[in-house]
Design a protein around this ligand. Sequence first.
Ligand SMILES: *Cc1c(COP(=O)(O)O)cnc(C)c1O
Length: 733
Amino acid sequence: MTQPTQPQADISAGDLISSNKWGTFFGISQKTLDHVWKNLTSPSGNSIMYISMEIGADRDVFHPIMSKLRKLGVTKTTDDVLNHFITLFLHGPAKIPNYGGGLGILAGDTLKSFADLKIPVVGISLLYRKGYFSQMVDSQVGQISTATDWSPENTPSLYLLKNPENPAIPLEIEIPFFDKHDKQISARAQLWLKMEVNSKLDYFVPEILLDFSIPSSPDWIRMVSQTLYDSISDETKAIQRRLLGASVMPAMKALGLTANTLHLNEQHGVIVVLNMIAQWLEKKYGPDYQEKATNQDILNAADAVAEKIVFTIHTPVKAGHDRFSKAIISHIGHAFCQNILELLAKDDEFPSSFNFTRLAMRVNRATNSVSRLHKEVTRKQFPEFKDKISAITNGVHHLTWISDAKAELYDDFDELKNWRQDPSVFTKAKQLTANSTFRSYFSQAWLKDTENLIDYINTMLIQHRVQMHETWIDPPNYLSHLDENERPLNPRVFTLGFARRFSTYKRADLIFDNIDTLADIIVTNNFPVNFIYAGKAHPQDIPGQTIIRQILNLGEELYTKSNGLAKLVFIPGYDMKIAKMMVSGVHAWLNSPKRPLEASGTSGMKAALNGVPNISTMDGWWVEGYHNGQTGWKFGYESDIESACLSESPDTLLYEHDSAAFYAVFPEILRNFYNRDSDDTYINKSIANLALNCPIFNTHRMAAEYVSRYNLDLPAAIFKKIEKLRKIYQSDT
Ligand SMILES: *Cc1c(COP(=O)(O)O)cnc(C)c1O
C-alpha cells in the first residue's frame, strides 16, 4: 500500500500562528488574537472578568484545534515553530487537572460558550501543579488518593506569558502576604494563558492561570498552591482563597485588562472586592485612606463596588460556604481588610468567624442561583438579600457533551440544521418524533455509544485483574474475578448510570438501600441490569469515602441474589472523558440527592442532550427538565421549600422513604425499556429530551441569560443572536 499523501497546502503559519508581546500562540490567526485582545484591553472596560477556583476543560472531550488539524490531515510541515505546535497539539496530553467536579466543569463549559458567542470575557483561576487528586480504588481499602502529576510546560493550549520588558523571562505578578510572624512578604506568581478557542477558530476566551509554585515565592506559599481544594487546615484553605482573590487586580493591571464587570463563580475569589473597596477609598482620600475612611465611607465604597460584581451561588450545603475564623484572617491579611470584613462579612451563627459567602451576597449587583428551586432555597437561607436573588439555571456546553455518534446523527437531519451554532433549533426535534428513519438511526447511534462504554468497562475489568499481580491493589469490582462466560457486560442489557462527587447528600447508595427488594424486581421480571458507578470523594470526606466502599462491597451480593442478572461496576478515576462515555452510553441516568440540597446538577443535562432519560428525585434542574414525565421519571419526597430540612446529617437523609419510592417506579422503567419493540414509551421519552431539554439546558442559553446581568455593549449581530437564545427560556419566572 502506498502512504496517503498529506494535503499540506491548506495550512500556512499565517492562519494558525499569532503573537503579541505576551507570547506566541497556536490555533488562531493574528487577526483573531488582535481583535480579542483589543476588546479585553479597551479603555471602555466593555468586557467581563470571570473568577473561578477551578476551570475544567479537558481536550479529550472538546478540541477544535486538534479537530481542525485532523480534518486537514496535517502531521508536519517544514516550518520549525509550526511543527513544534502541530506535534504538541496532535500528541500532547489532553488533561488539565484543574477541576474537582461540577463547579469547574461548569466554568469551562461557560467560557467555551462565551467564546462561541464571541462575548468579550477573560477567566482567571489558579494553576495547581498537583492538580486535583487522582483516584485509585481497591476492593477493601476503597478510594486511594494520590497527587496528579502533570506538566503545564508540555500541555498544548497552555502558554507561559513573557515579560514584555525582557522576553527571556516570564511575566510575574506580586501580591502582598504575611508570614507566621506577621511580617509582610510577597507571594509571586507567573501567569499561564489557556485559550478556549471556539469551533470556527475565530474567537477565544483566555483563561489566566496563576502559578505560585515558582522559586521567587516563599516555600510555604508554593506548597499551599499546589493542590486544588487542599483543606489540610482551614488556614491552607483561606490562603488559597486569598491567592485567587488578591491576584485579580494585579493580574489585570499587569496585562492591561480593563473588564468593568467581575463575575464571581461561587464566593471563592471574593477577596477581590476588598481590593476594590480599598482602591475606591484611596481614590477618594489619597494614600492615607486607611486613617481617614469612616465605617460609613467603607459602606459607601462597598455599594459602589457592588455595581461591578455579579455573583453566582452554587449550593445550599454548608461545606460549600466559606467561613474562616477571624484569627486566621488576621494572620494572612491587612488590618484594614479586617475592618472591612467586620462590616460586611459578619457571621451571626459564629461571631468569631467571617462569612465569605455573606460578603459575596452583600457586595454585588446581581446574585444568581443555579436553578429555579435553588432560588427559593437561597432566598430562604439569606432572607435579607431576598430581593436581589434571581435564577439563571445552569447548562452544559452542548458541543462538548454530545457524543460523536449523536452529533453525526443530528447533522444528518435538516430539522436540526445549524444545531452546533444555535442549540435553540432543537425545539424542532419535535417534528422528528414520528420520523421512523430518525428513530431507527437514533437507536443505532445510541447502541454505538453503549457499545463504546461497555467495551471500555469489559477491558477495564480484565486490566484490574492483571494489575492485581503487578501492584497491591485488589480489583475494585467483584466481576473482575469471574471468568469469560460470566464476566462481560452486554450492551443490550438495560444500563443505569450514576456518576458525580460522593457527597453524602447525593446518596449514591440510595437504590441499594434494600438489596433484597432490588434483586427481587430484577429476578421477578427476568430483566438484567448493569449498574455503572463512578465518582470521587474529597480526600478529607470520610463519610463520602465510606459510601464508595459500601457500593464496592455490594457487587457480589447483588450478583448472587439476582442470579447473575445484576452487574454492578465502579469505574475509578472519574473525569470528563469517562463522564462523556457514561452520559451518552447508558440507557438512563440516575440522580438521587436529598431534595433540596442539589442546587442544580449538570450531569443529568449532559445525558438529556444525548437523548438519555433521567430518573431523579425532584431536585435542582430536574424540576425544570421533567416536563410532567415526558422526558423521564421522578421519585422521592417532594418537600416543600419553606419547611425543607437543609441538614446533611445521616438521620435526616430519608433513605427508607426515597428508596421505596425508587423501587416503586423501577419495574415500569424496565418494562418500558425491554418492550421497546412493541411500545414506543421509551424512545418517545428520549426524543422528547432533544425537543424539550436540549434547547434549554445548554451554556449558550445560560450565557445569553448572564449577558443580561452584565453591563456590556455588544455589536448588533451578536446581540441579536443572544436575544434569540434568551427568548427560548427565562429561568427567572
Ligand atoms: C458533569 C460532571 C460533574 C458534575 O455532575 P453533577 O451531576 O453536577 O454532580 C462532576 N464531574 C465530572 C467529571 C463531570 O463531567
